[in-house]
Design a binder for this molecule. Structure first.
Ligand code: OAD
Length: 248
């Protein structure tokens, strides 16, 4: 199966990669839905990842996101992140299109060197004032108070997409444009449950793209894609990319 995937990706003219929390798992960042270890196994998403939760208890929500941000600060990109950055460089150097759509908010892809990254769900590293809308990247962890305050006096929230909120319009537009033109679509480390990302595979397939999934467990798209491989992205991606980049 690994060789089949390699030979599908090798001739691609336009590669779109979608990543989820599974790609960051080997960096020590919890996923959401893995039983026992996932964030949603230990916390109620409705109490933390919604505008209503922030309105109800801004201190608790801000503290929880700041703790996740502080944890990200101690984590480093894993071999899966580095493999994707190498793959991007290989595609760019050979005059082909490459776009990395990520649902992750940790910015480990960027820390590994990926540049063509579209953050579908925002990032923990940017916080936004709910009054004046001012956004700023915050690298110092943790905040002195929760929630942090804006110069205007307003409360600042994490720059991530909460349940019930729309995705950033520009990110979504770029994603749909990339999907419209891709000939290979790779879904990596995502449970393929949360929309609209969960439907990207259908958009790619309906345009004739070859669709591939690498995930630890089977997902709702495992029976939809052309190739579904079970395993850890931190182990499999370096093997795939090495064959693609080294062997011409
Ligand atoms: P999930 O936690 O739903 O799914 C992560 C997937 O990665 C699971 O299917 C795991 O089996 C798999 N996995 C775990 N470790 C892996 C590894 N080392 N290699 C490969 N696969 C591995 O996370 P997402 O699919 O990213 O949205 O969740 C999508 C969205 O739901 C998140 O962006 C977040 C969440 O609510 C918002 O918060 C808006």
């Amino acid at each position: 199966m690994l060789n089949e995937i390699i030979e599908c990706v090798r001739p691609a003219r336009s590669l779109v990669v979608l990543t989820g929390a599974g790609v960051s798992a080997e960096s020590g960042i919890p996923t959401f839905r893995d039983a026992l270890t996932g964030l949603w196994a230990n916390f109620r998403a409705e109490e933390l990842a919604t505008p209503e939760a922030f309105a109800r208890n801004p201190e608790m929500v801000a503290r929880w996101y700041d703790e996740r941000r502080a944890r990200c600060a101690t984590c480093v990109p894993n071999p899966g992140h580095h493999a994707l950055a190498t793959l991007e460089r290989h595609f760019v150097d050979t005059g082909r299109d490459f776009v990395l759509l990520t649902q992750n908010v940790d910015r480990l892809h960027q820390r590994a060197g990926s540049q063509r990254v579209i953050e579908l769900h925002g990032t923990l590293w940017v916080w936004r004032c709910i009054d004046c809308g001012r956004e700023r990247e915050e690298r110092v962890v943790p905040f002195a108070s929760h929630p942090p305050r804006c110069e205007c006096g307003g409360l600042r929230r994490p720059g991530v997409v909460w349940f019930g909120e729309m995705l950033p319009a520009d990110a979504l537009e770029q994603a749909y444009t990339a999907l419209a033109g891709c000939d290979v679509f790779l879904s990596l480390g995502t449970s393929a449950i949360v929309e609209p990302a969960a439907s990207f595979v259908y958009l790619a397939r309906d345009r004739g793209a070859t669709t591939i999934e690498i995930n630890l467990q089977s997902t709702p798209i495992s029976g939809v894609v052309d190739h579904s491989l079970s395993g850890k992205t931190g182990e499999l991606l370096p093997q795939i990319v090495e064959q693609l980049v080294m062997k011409i």
